[in-house]
Design a protein around this ligand. Structure first.
Ligand code: GLU
Length: 480
């Protein structure tokens, strides 16, 4: 079987999670069959399409690893092809010019509504005589091109996800508009039409898209027939729902792939999660896998019909697994842009080895990459903010003397190491005759401002390397 599939986003917004998930399924299916994955930008809506959205879509797909083999093709550059196809249908008598005005259509809809009927075009201009047409033109009416839909038809297809689907021609809203008049008189072909022309031209074997397109599929099948073209297989994938079972929307805080990136998700964690939105591998206990591994197992038999609930906790868990398993040097590369975006300066001794040491310290505590921003703030700022608990700790009896003893011991050190840091603590415990806990807590507060935080010795070493430990100890002594 030669598999050719496509993702066909409209560049009227950033790459949406729903579109990206559809792209995932297309990609997996193409790779499973050694087929071709095509990117087609559906930018026929010139008013709402923007080049920056096209850019965002392509960047997002690449970031997720959803590489395409052909394209991007732009519908706006293919108008000739569509106009020829419109003409062909007109010449064959399968389409016609409809001069019904918007007021007439409105009156028609009102009448249908009053009778409790579903709104539909009543095909009134299907068989105009040349005289009638001339009359409408003389009145200065503009026209649309409608494709004839036989009310008696039953449209049936075997959906790869949903099984046998059937749709009555009479439920498709009457003869469908395939092109509108345009200022240049050449006509502006519409979505349901150009999709079919492109899918025929690009020899798409399987149309894999969201279930919100089911009604379009019924109409599109009639167009394939009109052109005598081979009808592709269809797979309508389940919608993504929120935890309450409603369609995921902006209100759920979920928008585009670039937002997910900004929120600190890794591309691998996110794309792994999206793969599980409506699909599961044959071994359903297996949850962590690469796109390539999923592609080996991907079949539509394992795609659910029911909507897929978007579970933030699960996404967070998967993301944390990827972060914890990312080697320190790669994780450092991933984190640097977040630190830079937060305005942290990497100057002042914060060189690559130092940054990698910091990443090693934080890695296991990160769920999202953005967590590193807050967690590492104390390593990038000159001074620390004292928490309430921290402040209390510095007021404890003996705290000040402990900190003074630590500074004195530090003065005698050429370079602090893990061993010498431990030794200083032991030495101070002994000399001051205090509990180790007091020394550790006071030191932690002096260095970090708080009583909780990452490994103390490692934090100390990091601060020592950039010369911030002594000033912080002095500052703490001043307030204790
Ligand atoms: N441009 C359509 C969309 O963004 C694509 C539909 C299709 O895949 O046929 O929803």
């Amino acid at each position: 079987m030669t598999v050719r599939v496509r993702i066909a986003p409209s560049p009227t917004g950033n790459l949406h999670i729903g579109t990206a998930r559809t792209a995932v399924f297309n990609w997996l299916f193409a790779r499973h069959h050694g087929g071709t994955f095509i990117l087609r930008i559906e930018d026929t809506d010139l008013e709402r399409s923007r080049p920056e959205y096209t850019e965002n879509i392509m960047t997002g797909l690449r970031w997720l690893g959803l590489t395409w083999d052909e394209g991007p093709f732009f519908q706006s550059q293919r108008l000739d092809l569509y106009q020829k196809a419109v003409k062909q249908l007109l010449d064959q008598g399968l389409a016609y010019r409809c001069y019904t005005t918007s007021e007439e259509l409105e009156a028609l809809r009102e009448g249908q509504k009053a009778k409790g009927e579903a709104p539909r075009y009543d095909n009134r201009h299907r068989n105009l005589t040349p005289e009638q047409e001339a009359e409408f033109k003389a009145q200065g009416r503009s026209f649309v091109i409608r494709f004839k839909i036989d009310d008696e038809r039953e449209i049936i297809w075997n959906d790869l996800v949903r099984g046998k689907m059937s749709w009555r021609g009479s439920d498709l809203g009457g003869d469908m508009v395939i092109a509108r008049a345009s200022a240049d008189g050449a006509g502006q072909p519409l979505y349901n039409f150009v999709v079919v022309i492109d899918d025929i031209d690009m020899q798409i074997s399987h149309v894999i898209r969201g279930e919100d397109h089911i009604a379009n599929t019924a109409k599109q099948i009639l167009l394939y027939e009109a052109f005598g073209a081979k009808i592709p297989e269809f797979a309508h994938t389940p919608l993504i729902l929120n935890m309450e079972g409603r369609k995921l929307s902006k209100r759920d805080g979920v928008t585009s792939i670039s937002d997910f990136k900004q929120m600190g998700f890794t591309s691998e964690g996110l794309v792994n999660y999206m793969t599980l939105l409506g699909w599961s591998p044959p071994d359903s206990t297996q949850e962590i896998f690469t796109l390539e591994a999923a592609a080996k197992e991907f079949t539509f038999e394992r795609v659910n019909k029911a909507g897929a609930k978007f579970d933030w906790a699960k996404l967070d868990w998967l993301n944390s697994q990827y972060i914890h398993n990312t080697p320190v040097d790669q994780l450092t590369d991933l984190l640097i842009p977040y630190w830079e975006a937060a305005g942290y300066s990497l100057a002042g001794g914060r060189d690559r080895p130092w940054l990698e040491q910091l990443v090693g310290l934080l890695s296991a505590s990160l769920t999202r990459l953005t967590d590193a921003v807050d967690m590492s703030k104390l390593f990038f700022s000159e001074t620390v903010e004292l928490s309430e608990e921290g402040s209390k700790q510095l007021q404890q009896e003996g705290s000040k003397a402990v900190l003074e003893a630590i500074i004195a011991a530090l003065e005698a050190q050429a370079q602090l190491t893990e061993t010498s840091a431990q030794d200083i603590i032991k030495q101070v415990v002994k000399a001051q005759n205090v509990k180790k806990g007091l020394v550790m807590r006071s030191l932690r507060v002096a260095l970090t401002g708080d009583v909780h935080g990452p490994d103390l010795i490692q934090s100390w070493l990091l601060l020592n390397q950039i010369g911030l430990d002594k000033p912080r100890l002095s500052q703490a002594i001043a307030v204790s």
